[in-house]
Design a protein. Structure first.
Length: 106
């Protein structure tokens, strides 16, 4: 996915304990167009994403916005509700340095 000139308003971040992909749900903004979309990123990009959110929000507390759910075979689903974060908009090109971002469409 080309990330040039796009920002992303993050709503939810989901990942499983034994998976190396992270699902990020939100709204992609490009110029005057905005559309709901899901993207997948790597665990390294998740760390980068969390650091970006921390830099943009001085009161950022991951423990307050993250919940867990037990799944099958002792797997854990982690859910980060970033709608509780004041500034949850990121520039997508800041995440694409390490690995490509894949966009999921309906």
């Amino acid at each position: 996915m080309s990330t040039e000139g796009k920002t992303f308003d993050i709503n939810t971040i989901l990942f499983e304990s034994n998976d190396d992909l992270v699902l990020v749900k939100g709204i992609i903004n490009q110029g005057c167009m905005n559309y709901v979309s899901d993207i997948t990123i790597s665990m390294s990009q998740l760390n980068e994403l969390i650091n970006l959110l921390k830099r943009q929000n001085s009161d950022f507390d991951l423990e307050k916005i993250m919940t867990t759910e037990k799944m099958y075979e002792n797997e854990i689903l982690y859910i980060i509700d970033s709608t509780q974060v004041k500034n949850n908009r990121i520039i997508l090109s800041e995440l694409s340095n390490q690995a490509s971002i894949k966009q999921l469409r309906a």
